[in-house]
Ligand binder design. Structure first.
Ligand code: MEV
Length: 321
């Protein structure tokens, strides 16, 4: 992948080619994300907490061309291509594109279907790169707003949590489409371990919806408890109590299991992380596959990582600060 080693996420420029003709291009990068608390419950207006993951990202380059075309450095099915093109249409419309005289090169190291916000990351990078190319100023709020519209194409009825944490690249406490940035008193480590199984956010959200509609009282209670956990976890993280936040994280996982979105593989990775000494662990994202996270202090992280690496498709450590 050609990630150009960018330190600044956005830039646009005019270059001269060998014959002396000028051409324009703009590039932008957007991070990935992981949800610490509250996935699925956020769809029911309960709070959730998510943090950016900067080692995971999408990079979009827009270059002058005679007509619009795009490439991706990952495989997409025809239905995914259709959704991507519908998201482009939203972006073109919201940026008031009159003539599509450009091409888009899309690169990403975020595995789709793993709960790391691949679609929101791609949308944010594309909006930023195209605004840079067209020399249009867009505030973060406007970028977030357009990315949310794209997320509706990808996921049907999203909460807006993914696009928000990815746009602002800061830990957020999110509730009912409003949010506040979270100041963590103490940094901590997350081990992110992948089951190797992909899932569709749209399908998992609709599984929870069906369960909820079939027994609103029972599932409503589970969702309420997840919401309460997010409120408590916010306070704990603001006070640097990682250990207690870890216990709540494990309880959050049990509740996600009761909602019907955990799997044997996710449960096994969570158990492995806890046995290795992590303060807590849970599935992260929509479930049905994808990743688990384990929360650790510096002294625990390498051991937990080694244990999870041996039992997962891929694992890495990320510092949250
Ligand atoms: C997906 O990353 C998170 C979910 O809560 C869906 C959403 O918030 O839109 C499962």
């Amino acid at each position: 992948m050609n990630f150009l080693g960018l330190t600044n996420p956005d830039y646009s420029n005019t270059y001269l080619n060998r014959r002396g003709f000028s051409f324009s291009m703009a590039t932008a990068r957007a991070c990935g994300k992981i949800i610490l608390f509250g996935e699925h419950a956020v769809v029911y207006a309960k709070p959730g907490i998510a943090v950016p993951v900067k080692r995971s990202y999408s990079l979009v380059t827009v270059s002058a061309a005679d007509a619009f075309s795009y490439t991706t450095d990952f495989e997409i099915s025809s239905s995914e291509a259709k959704r991507l093109e519908s998201a482009f249409d939203i972006i073109f419309d919201r940026l008031d594109v009159k003539e599509k005289k450009f091409s888009m090169e899309i690169e990403s190291n975020i595995n789709p279907g793993t709960g790391m916000g691949s679609s929101a990351s791609l949308a944010v990078a594309a909006i930023r790169a195209l605004s840079g190319f067209l020399k249009i100023e867009k505030t973060e709020e406007q970028v977030n707003d357009i990315a949310f519209e794209c997320e509706k194409i990808f996921h049907g009825n999203p909460s807006g949590l993914d696009n928000t944490v990815i746009t602002y690249e800061k830990p957020v406490f999110f509730r009912k489409s409003s949010f506040e940035f979270l100041t963590l008193k103490k940094q901590f480590y997350l081990i992110i371990a992948n089951t190797g199984l992909k899932s569709s956010t749209k399908e998992m959200v609709s599984t929870v919806r069906k369960n909820y509609d079939s027994d609103t009282v029972r599932y409503g209670k589970i969702i309420d408890e997840i919401g309460d956990i997010s409120f408590k976890a916010k306070e704990l993280l603001e006070n640097g109590d990682i250990k207690t936040a870890g216990r709540l994280m494990t309880r959050n996982h049990e509740l996600l299991g009761m909602l019907g979105v955990s799997t044997i593989e996710l449960d096994a990775l969570v158990q492995k992380a806890l046995r290795a000494g992590a303060y807590g662990a849970k599935l992260a994202g929509s479930g049905g596959g994808g990743n688990i996270i384990a929360i650790c202090e510096r002294s625990q992280k390498d051991y937990v990582f080694e244990k999870l690496k041996g039992s997962s498709k891929e694992a890495f450590i990320t510092l949250v600060s």
